[in-house]
Design a protein around this ligand. Structure first.
Ligand SMILES: [Zn+2]
Ligand SMILES: [Zn+2]
Length: 298
């Protein structure tokens, strides 16, 4: 059963003021903070009120991490950081997760004060080819993006350290090469991210005991839904319950899916805090106290 105090450990910042958040130092008292800001959360396509998928993860002594860069996310990102400072983490190469990257290439190449050096970009095997094709100005040509991006490839189960944040990628159950992540922050706090996936053991492993679980919920639990592509609200809630996460954040709800129905489905399965995220929501990830491992309030 969830303790009521879990809710207080996740701070949903006022979205009107989210752009004013002080981002230089994240140490609050004796706790090193990790924060996720929603840049875009519309599932599968951009929506009337949200870009497609994109999230900003910030922590002390850590470069700004941008998880996915779907349509419209580059614009939203400019409200928070200089896009030239971003390190990219790509879950997979469906268009709704990566097609603002050609815009980032333009930013890095042609901005009057261009960023120095290359940005690190982790993604699936074909990242350089796929983004190079999208960025090319000639059909059949691949733009060589190595002048501005240092593209690196995820290895299933091999963690990568970005400053104070360790990112552990796992292959998940989605048509192309796709990854979910377990991100461990400077204070040991854990943010699990499903990526786009159907129900699979890997996403359950990623979420195991996580303080916050950002989980896709692309459709309702209709009997005719496809297998191995996305999760229903019921499945997202079931995963959160089985993994005993602290807080469940639902995302990747497409414009054609009822947000209220998906949220109700998840709440019927998981009795901890559940939110359906919106653009500019920001959540601080803090270690969840348990009876066995209480966190001091000192
Ligand atoms: Zn998607
Ligand atoms: Zn996808």
């Amino acid at each position: 059963m969830m303790e009521p105090s879990h809710l207080g450990l996740v701070l949903a910042l006022d979205s009107q003021n989210a752009g004013d958040v002080e981002c230089n130092s994240f140490k609050h008292g004796s706790i090193w903070v990790m924060r996720i800001t929603v840049l875009g959360c519309s599932g599968s396509v951009s929506g009337p009120n949200s870009p497609a998928s994109g999230y900003l993860i910030q922590a002390d002594d850590t470069p700004p991490l941008v998880l996915d860069l779907g349509g419209g996310v580059l614009g939203a990102l400019q409200r928070y950081i200089d896009p030239g400072d971003a390190t990219l983490l790509l879950s997979h190469l469906h268009a709704d997760h990566c097609l603002d990257i050609p815009g980032l290439l333009v930013w890095r190449r042609y901005h009057p004060n261009p960023p120095k050096g290359r940005a690190i970009a982790y993604g699936p095997t074909d990242t350089a080819l796929r983004i190079g094709a999208a960025s090319s100005e000639i059909g059949g040509h691949i733009d060589d993006i190595s002048d501005v991006l240092d593209v690196r490839v995820w290895e299933d189960g091999e963690s990568v350290q970005f400053g104070g944040v360790q990112v552990h990628p796992r292959r998940v159950y989605h048509p192309p090469e796709s990854y979910g992540f377990r991100m461990t922050g400077p204070d040991g706090q854990v943010l699990a991210v499903s990526g786009d996936t159907g129900v699979c053991d890997a996403v359950l492993d990623l979420a195991d005991g996580a303080d916050v679980f950002l989980c896709e919920a692309s459709w309702t639990h209709a009997p005719d839904r496809p297998v191995g592509v996305h999760l229903s609200g019921t499945e997202a809630g079931m995963l959160a319950r089985k993994a005993s996460v602290g807080t469940l954040l639902l995302t990747h709800i497409p414009p054609w899916t009822s947000r209220d129905e998906v949220l109700a489905e998840a709440k019927a399965e998981f009795d901890g805090p559940v939110f359906a995220v919106s653009p500019d929501d920001a959540f601080e990830i803090a270690r969840t106290p348990t009876r066995e491992n209480p966190v001091s309030s000192a």
